[in-house]
Design a binder for this molecule. Structure first.
Ligand code: HEM
Length: 151
C-alpha cells in the first residue's frame, strides 16, 4: 500500500489507490450466452478484462499515474461515475466476497504499523513485478524505526 506524507484522507482510499496496480492483473470468464459484440460472438468464448489496463484509462480516472487517494471521495468519486470503473476486486456476479474483510485486515495491520514505526523509502517506489500470477512490487528497501510512544 502506498502511503505518503500529507495523505491519506483515509486508509481505505489509500488502499484503493494502491489497487491502481492490482494484485490480480486479468479476470477471465466463459460467456454463458453469445454477447453479440466483436469480442465474444459465440457461447463458450473466453472474455477477459484487465484491472491494470482499466484503472489507467484517463477518461475514467483523471491523471491515473498520479497518487491521488482523494479521487475516491465525494464529490469526485471517479470509481463510481461509470459502471465497473474500479475492478480490483472484480465485478458483477462473481465479484470478490472478501473485499470488506480484506480492507479490514489491511487497515488493521497498517494502523498498528503506522502507530508503532516510522517508515522511510531508501529506494524509489518500486515497479510492479509481473513475473507471477499475483503481482507484487519489485524489491525495494524500506527503513523502519520504532516510534517513541508517549508513556
Ligand atoms: C486485497 C485482497 C483481495 C483482492 C485484491 C481480491 C480480488 C479478487 C478478485 C479480482 C476476484 C475475482 C472477481 C471476478 O472474477 O470478477 C475475487 C474473487 C473472490 N474472492 Fe477475493 N480478493 C481479495 C481478498 C479476498 C478475501 C480476504 C476473501 C475471503 C475471505 C476473498 C474471497 C473471494 C472469493 C470467495 C471469490 C470468488 C467469488 C465468486 O466467484 O463468486 N477475497 N477476489
Amino acid at each position: 500500500m502506498r502511503v505518503r506524507a500529507g495523505y491519506p484522507p483515509s486508509l481505505t482510499t489509500a488502499g484503493k489507490e494502491s489497487d491502481v496496480t492490482p494484485v490480480i492483473c486479468i479476470l477471465t470468464t466463459t460467456t454463458p450466452l453469445p454477447l453479440h459484440c466483436c469480442c465474444a460472438p459465440f457461447q463458450g468464448d473466453i472474455v477477459a478484462a484487465s484491472p491494470n489496463f482499466s484503472h489507467m484509462l484517463p477518461h475514467v480516472f483523471s491523471e491515473p499515474d498520479r497518487y491521488d487517494p482523494a479521487r475516491y471521495l465525494p464529490p469526485r468519486e471517479e470509481d463510481k461515475t461509470k459502471p465497473f470503473s474500479f475492478i480490483g476486486f472484480g465485478g458483477g456476479r462473481h465479484a470478490c466476497i472478501g473485499q470488506n474483510f480484506a480492507y479490514l485486515q489491511i487497515k488493521s495491520i497498517w494502523s498498528v504499523m503506522l502507530r508503532e514505526f516510522e517508515f522511510e523509502m531508501l529506494d524509489p517506489v518500486p515497479e510492479p513485478d509481473y513475473d507471477s500470477m499475483v503481482i507484487g512490487p519489485k524489491p525495494a528497501r524500506v527503513r523502519y524505526t520504532r516510534r517513541k510512544l508517549a508513556a
